[in-house]
Design a protein around this ligand. Structure first.
Ligand SMILES: [Zn+2]
Ligand SMILES: [Zn+2]
Length: 304
């Protein structure tokens, strides 16, 4: 049996985490302490305050009990009119554990011609001990071909609440399959990227980790998590040629392998689905939609 690592039994709770939000430290509406308290009220265990090019470690609301993951959002513009750019969420360890960025350190933006010119920015972030998430490809107007050569991103956004709720831009998972089809090992995260207060707390990851910063980062790096805007996923594995997913009540469950058609199960309150996996598949992943249209996505099981 190959079990997706989010569901490897380790006796951990599935911690709820927010990896991308904005506060008054950059262009968000909410003060950092109010944003943290809002996430606490929605049951989050950890949160990164990822203001634009402005690094943060600080817990502005220690009483709220949310573990703050150090981070920021970095970017470069691409030439041309309108929005066309690369945005990257950076998250990292404590300063003492090798994080090269300082509290309140600010960084310049700039322009690059293409992904090859952006790669040194990622390399510099990685050299400073941070992990990177490729953000909102649809909003950035970068189809997969414009970022598929970037190296070192442990994950990309497959759901961004701000983009989905404001702009109806929710097709980032299609870009994910294009990278996965190429054999890339990259995981999918749901984030909020909230700027207004009502944009927070709609998309999250559930991480199989103990509640320490080091454990959470290690679990994210290894793909031991799933992404959600509502449904819960309890298990996902491949055994004797069958993929099996177990989840909270769903109306649709899909299996994806990067090409059409996806395998679709429909029902009123599905608790899971199974699918015989053809031997030529290089990976398989599952997604779930509940009665309210909310989604959850497993990370892939890599088969080759
Ligand atoms: Zn962004
Ligand atoms: Zn953002």
């Amino acid at each position: 049996m190959i079990r997706q690592s989010a569901f490897e039994p380790a006796g951990n709770a599935m911690l709820k985490g927010g990896l991308h939000c904005h506060t008054t430290r950059s262009d968000g509406d909410g003060a950092p302490e109010d944003v943290i308290r809002l996430y606490a009220a929605h049951g989050y265990d950890f949160l990164a305050l990822t203001d634009h090019r402005y690094y943060n470690y600080q817990d502005f609301a220690p009483d709220a009990g949310v573990l703050i993951v150090p981070g920021m959002e970095m970017d470069r513009d691409l030439p041309g009119e309108g929005v066309h750019c690369f945005h990257t969420v950076c998250i990292g360890p404590a300063r003492a554990d090798g994080n090269g960025f300082a509290q309140d350190e600010r960084f310049a933006g700039g322009t690059v011609r293409d992904q090859d010119e952006y790669q040194p920015v990622l390399d510099w972030i990685h050299r400073n001990g941070n992990m990177t998430i490729y953000c909102h490809p649809q909003w950035s107007k970068t189809p997969a071909a414009e970022f598929e050569r970037l190296r070192g991103n442990f994950a990309m956004e497959i759901w961004n609440s701000g983009c989905a709720l404001n702009n109806d831009e929710d097709t980032d998972a299609a870009c994910w399959d294009m990278l996965l089809r190429q054999g890339q090992r990259i995981f999918g995260v749901a984030t909020d990227d909230g700027h207004r207060m009502d944009e927070h707390c709609h998309g999250w990851v559930r991480v199989n980790a103990r509640r320490t910063l080091g454990d959470i980062l290690a679990a994210l790096r290894s793909g031991a998590f799933y992404a959600s805007t509502g449904p819960e996923i309890y298990d996902f594995y491949v055994e004797e040629g069958r993929a099996v997913v177990r989840c909270s009540a769903a109306k649709k469950i899909r299996f994806h392998y990067g090409y059409a058609p996806t395998r679709l199960e429909r029902g009123e309150a599905l608790e899971g689905a199974e699918f015989p996996v053809p031997s030529h598949y290089t990976y398989i992943r599952a997604s779930v939609v509940d009665a309210e249209g909310r989604k959850a996505w497993t990370n892939p099981i890599f088969l080759k």
